[in-house]
Design a protein around this ligand. Structure first.
Ligand code: ZN
Length: 297
């Protein structure tokens, strides 16, 4: 009789232990989702992602649905906190009433230097990029560019970076890895070269200025599944960190912008259209990049 009691007590304890450790792996997962618009399924033209233009309402709805797909995948993987950063243009594209109710939406410009990564901090477990696009100057890419300034090339410690690269490095600065990117084939290829074997969802493929598109329903299903998969193998991903000193090099599309930027404290003119800036603190570089260089026109 006593033996039976001891055995059942041990069983209860063991079950309790497995239940707790199982839950601990799932509970408290905090996910940051930055949603740009150029790389959303179906988007091919600036008219479709510029507020006030005729085609914009449809594509902002698709952008919201793509965010929902990632939110559903994150919830399925055990996320309990999800912050969605609207990361395009006005930063007021995602439709709040159509966004999944379990997520919190961060809208508009904050005035701070983190821009598309506003809201990120050390408490997050994973970063997801949706609707992203390739850096300026990439062939066969949909709406490729680098930030709102006239940047042609941006290098961080010698590595060519677009927005995904810069934002992924910001995430890494806070100790958070990028686990998934969705966008066109060009951006997913670029990001894999930088961040390694992260999950990718290719929603379209650029052919010159045109693009071959998968149906949004299909890409949303892929985003949901791959988000869940990525978060379930979170231990495979490492935050992307740069070793100080951190050297930022920018080549502008025009001489005038390089001249303007060269007057920012710490900047060095390195060529007709280029400058550099070096600091031991990556946040100094982030602040430098966010300065309103494109002014006086
Ligand atoms: Zn954008």
């Amino acid at each position: 009789m006593r033996k039976k009691v001891i055995i059942s007590c041990l069983l209860v304890l063991l079950l309790g232990f497995f239940a707790r450790t199982g839950m601990a792996a799932q509970k408290g997962l905090k996910v940051f989702i930055s949603v740009d618009m150029e790389g959303i399924s179906g988007v091919i033209h600036w008219d479709e992602c510029t507020s006030g233009r005729r085609d914009y309402p449809l594509f902002r709805k698709l952008m919201t649905q793509e965010a929902n797909a990632a939110i559903e995948g994150a919830l399925a993987a055990g996320a309990t906190e999800i912050l969605v950063r609207d990361s395009h243009g006005s930063m007021r594209n995602i439709l709040p009433d159509l966004l999944h109710p379990e997520a919190v939406l961060l809208r508009d410009w904050s005035g701070g230097p983190l821009i598309m990564m506003e809201g990120i901090d050390e408490t997050f477990d994973a970063v997801i990029f949706l609707g992203y696009h390739a850096r300026a100057g990439t062939p066969n890419a949909v709406l490729e560019h680098t930030m709102a300034n006239p940047f042609y090339d941006v290098f961080l410690n010698g590595k060519k970076m677009g927005e995904a690269g810069i934002n992924g490095t910001i995430a890494g600065h806070f100790g958070v890895p990028v686990v998934l990117i969705a966008g066109d084939l060009a951006v997913t290829n670029q990001v894999r070269k930088l961040f390694g074997d992260i999950e990718t969802v290719v929603v379209k493929e650029g052919i010159g200025q045109a693009g071959k598109m998968l149906h949004p329903k299909k890409t949303q299903e892929m985003i949901k599944k791959k988000t869940e998969k990525a978060l379930k193998r979170l231990k495979d991903f490492k935050p992307y960190k740069l070793n100080p000193p951190i050297k930022l090099e920018i080549t502008f599309t025009d001489e005038r912008s390089a001249n303007r930027a060269s007057w920012i404290p710490g900047a060095k003119r390195t060529g007709d259209r280029s400058i550099s800036f070096t600091s031991n603190d990556f946040m100094d570089v982030v602040k430098f990049l966010s300065l309103p260089i494109h002014q006086g026109h």
